[in-house]
Design a protein around this ligand. Structure first.
Ligand SMILES: [Zn+2]
Length: 269
């Protein structure tokens, strides 16, 4: 894994809407670092903490954690292990990671995604656990990471940390259940709208770097199907698409196409 340090790179572009996880209290963002605080704290505070899990921690817990965090860039080639052997746990900022079921024929379906709403590497606290899925980056970007052994220590010792993580794990599991049900009941067009809205919520930008091949591998359908629906979405002014860059143009229009699963995942997953 080759990660590149990008401390101080607080790139947050256009925000066309207010995602649900930004409504959470984020005491750390307004909490001024103590005079003479260590450099890592100042750097990270200065760049802002956009990950909802970290922002939801009590200020004193966060200050204890900050020296253990480093900002990294997750590239499109990144592959994560979710087992307890994984060396790091990630808190995405504008990066988005997909959790994929991979079939014997090489086909994939995304079971869930994690962006700034959560944590990648929950397996670190599950004990002897063999994950049945792979995690890959869908939208490259920044994340904070910490060593998995320190993450485990916090989970055992920190009551607020543990409670917040269990709440996220429950939401994640609700997302997996709803997404699985969605695949079996709802049409590709609806699922594509749900998926784009979920990415849009987490990306912090209207522009998403997505190829049709990548979309097909996440939705679990043929590229021709994605091409047809992406064309239809474009004609209706919901999105525009050019050379691997998809721009969300009409969120409300996408919400009207999405099945009920989007609302349920937004509220519970
Ligand atoms: Zn659905």
């Amino acid at each position: 894994m080759t990660n590149q340090l990008t401390n101080g790179d607080g790139r947050w572009a256009k925000k066309a809407h207010q995602p649900f996880y930004e409504t959470a209290a984020a005491p750390a963002l307004t909490h001024a670092p103590a005079r003479g605080a260590e450099a890592p704290v100042t750097n990270l505070m200065g760049a802002g903490l956009s990950n909802a899990f970290l922002a939801g921690l009590p200020a004193e817990d966060l200050e204890r954690l900050l020296p253990s965090l480093e900002r990294v860039t997750l590239s499109a080639r990144e592959n994560f292990s979710n087992s307890e052997e994984a060396r790091h746990v990630y808190f995405p900022e504008d990066a988005i990671v997909s959790h994929l079921v991979v079939f014997e024929d090489g086909g994939t379906v995304e079971a869930a995604m994690t962006g700034r709403d959560g944590v990648v590497g929950l397996g670190a606290v599950f004990g002897h656990y063999t994950p049945t899925h792979w995690s890959r980056v869908t939208v490259p970007g920044s994340a904070l990471r910490m060593r998995a052994d320190l993450f485990r220590q916090e989970f055992v010792a920190g009551e607020a940390f543990r409670s917040l993580l269990l709440r996220y794990a429950a939401r994640h599991s609700a997302q997996v259940a709803q997404r699985g049900a969605c695949v079996s009941r709802h049409r590709v067009e609806n699922r594509l709208a749900v998926w784009l809205l979920m990415l849009h919520d987490r990306a912090g930008s209207d522009e998403l770097p997505l190829t049709q091949e990548l979309i097909a591998r996440r939705i679990g359908t043929r590229r021709a199907g994605i091409s047809e629906f992406a064309g239809s979405f474009q004609e209706r002014g919901l999105i525009s698409y050019s050379r691997g860059l998809l721009r969300v143009r009409d969120r409300e229009g996408l919400e009207a196409v999405a099945c009920e699963c989007y609302r349920l995942i937004r509220e519970h997953g």
